[in-house]
Design a protein around this ligand. Structure first.
Ligand SMILES: C[S@@+](CC[C@H](N)C(=O)[O-])C[C@H]1O[C@@H](n2cnc3c(N)ncnc32)[C@H](O)[C@@H]1O
Length: 212
C-alpha cells in the first residue's frame, strides 16, 4: 500500500491502552517485530466478526498480539508459542502483569517440535501464523489438523514489505525467503480445502477459511 495511505490509516487509529503503547515503544527500542498497527486492527476486527472461543498463535514475540487479541475478545482463550528465550521471558512478564493472564497460555519451544504439547489443548477456531516466514507451509500443515470445523487461519507478512513483487533482490537470504513466501501464497490460494483472500494491509494478511 502507498506509504501516504498507510500513514493516513494509522493516523485515524484510536489511541491504545497505555500498556499496549508501552509495548509498542518497547518493540521499537528493542527491535522486536510485532504486528503493524493497521494489520492488527484488521485482524482484531476479523476475529471480532468470527468470535473464536480458542485461538492458537504461532510466534508470540513479547506477547503484544496475544494480549491485544485477549483484550478484544474477553471470552477467548489463547495458546501462543515462542521459541526465543529472551522474548518468551519478556512475554511471560508482560502477560503476568496484565489482566489477560487467565486468558493466555504461553508455550516455550519451537512450533515445529511441540505439536504434541499443543495437541493437549484440543481444537482451535482460529490459528494465527506469525513466526519464521520460511516455515509457513509447515506450520499450516502441522497445526490445521487442530482447526475446528468452521475455523480460520490468519497468516501475517505474506507480502513481506512488498518484496513479493520485486524481481531484483540482491540479498540471497532475503531472496530465498521471498521465494518461500511466494510459494506459500500460491499454495494456499490453490488449496482445495481452504478458501483464501490476501489483504494488502500491514505486511500483508492472508485469511483462509476451512471449507466443509
Ligand atoms: C513477528 S514475531 C511475532 C510477533 C507477535 N505475533 C506480535 O505481533 O506481537 C515472530 C516471532 O516468532 C518467533 N518464532 C519464529 N519461528 C518460530 C518457531 N518455529 N517456533 C516458535 N516461535 C518462532 C520469533 O522468535 C519471533 O519472536
Amino acid at each position: 500500500m502507498k506509504d501516504e495511505i498507510h500513514s493516513y490509516i494509522e493516523s485515524l487509529i484510536k489511541e491504545r491502552d497505555p500498556l499496549f503503547k508501552e509495548m509498542e515503544q518497547f518493540a521499537i527500542q528493542h527491535n522486536v517485530p510485532i504486528m503493524e498497527l493497521a494489520g492488527i486492527e484488521v485482524l482484531l476486527q476479523l476475529l471480532n466478526m468470527q468470535r473464536p472461543a480458542r485461538i492458537l498463535e504461532i510466534g508470540t514475540a513479547i506477547g503484544y498480539s496475544a494480549m491485544r487479541m485477549a483484550a478484544a475478545l474477553p471470552e477467548a482463550e489463547i495458546v501462543t508459542i515462542e521459541r526465543d528465550n529472551e522474548r518468551y521471558e519478556q512475554a511471560v512478564l508482560n502477560i503476568s502483569k496484565s489482566e489477560y493472564q487467565h486468558q493466555i497460555n504461553i508455550l516455550k519451544g519451537d512450533a515445529l517440535e511441540i505439536v504434541n504439547e499443543v495437541k493437549d489443548f484440543g481444537s482451535f477456531d482460529a490459528i494465527f501464523i506469525d513466526a519464521a516466514k520460511g516455515q509457513y507451509m509447515r506450520f499450516f500443515e502441522l497445526y490445521t489438523p487442530f482447526l475446528s470445523k468452521n475455523g480460520y487461519v490468519y497468516t501475517d507478512n505474506v507480502l513481506f514489505k512488498g518484496l513479493v513483487v520485486n524481481d531484483h533482490i540482491e540479498n540471497k537470504r532475503i531472496r530465498n525467503l521471498v521465494k518461500k513466501i511466494k510459494s506459500y501464497n500460491e499454495w494456499i490460494m490453490n488449496h482445495e480445502q481452504y478458501s483464501t483472500t490476501i489483504i494488502p494491509v500491514g505486511d500483508g494478511l492472508a485469511i483462509s477459511r476451512k471449507q466443509n
